[in-house]
Write a protein that binds this ligand. Sequence first.
Ligand SMILES: NC(=O)c1ccc[n+]([C@@H]2O[C@H](COP(=O)([O-])OP(=O)(O)OC[C@H]3O[C@@H](n4cnc5c(N)ncnc54)[C@H](O)[C@@H]3O)[C@@H](O)[C@H]2O)c1
Length: 278
Amino acid sequence: MSTPGDGGAVVTGAGRGLGREIALRLGRLGWDVHVTDLDEALAVAVASEIRQDGGSAISSVLDVREPDACRAVAQATTAHSGALGLWVNNAGVLATGPVWSHTDQQRRLMMEVNALGTMHGTIAALELMRSAHRGHVVNVASLAGLVSVPSEGVYAASKHAVMGFSTSALCDLRVEGERAIDISCVCPDGMWTPMLFDKLRDPDAAMSFSGTLFQPEVIADLVLRVVAKPRPVTTAPLWRGVQVRLFDLAPGFAARAAPFVVRLARRQQAALVRTLAS
Ligand SMILES: NC(=O)c1ccc[n+]([C@@H]2O[C@H](COP(=O)([O-])OP(=O)(O)OC[C@H]3O[C@@H](n4cnc5c(N)ncnc54)[C@H](O)[C@@H]3O)[C@@H](O)[C@H]2O)c1
């Protein structure tokens, strides 16, 4: 169980979308929040929102692709709050299209922000948490971290990396005998955030609209429940977690079913466009 008494909380990519909602909620619960984002102005605005709400927050510009910058944020949080209690790796980017369609830069960006960025943040946090013998790292992955996703293959690869890294890192802690530090992954279905705002009519983004499209507030509430009660993997919704794991057990079947699944997803996406237009 992680509580505000454990020290400060870092949230990456907290300037908008899910990260902003997580940061606001942590502030309301009494956490000393370190709001970080690549976009400094967004981070400053969210930190000031938390303070106006009666909470405590500082902000920093942070590019999660920089391991030393992650370490500096961890140190600054400890200096400000006395300890580092929680680190939420939330920053992420998405480009859609068949795996061969991205530029080299797009492919590198997804792997560097989503996969390496999560590793850098986790390592920066663990370097301090392991000497304090307490703390919690929460990594925002995706259902795409658990199954193949047509037209989101590189994104899926980056989120599979998050899952493999996070669950293995938790095992490393337990093998070391460390039981007071937790690593939890949250795997949501699609969320209506700026990440998807420009992809509503993108047929390559259909799989993001194929299940439950959450408001980020709902997933932020779930993340806060995981903060309170650590769990290695939490999927949202639960039924989609079961569904994608079944598909993952049968990759040959998943590949044969992919054309049908994508057609269905595109129909659902088109229906959503019509609903929003009416
Ligand atoms: N939106 C979805 O459908 C969805 C579904 C499942 C999982 N997710 C995951 O949820 C997390 C939050 O996504 P979101 O939907 O709120 O996206 P978003 O695009 O609304 O917000 C992402 C934030 O990350 C920041 N960011 C981007 N690159 C960064 C970098 N290099 N360093 C630091 N910050 C950086 C952006 O400035 C932005 O504030 C991501 O990890 C995403 O992969 C999103």
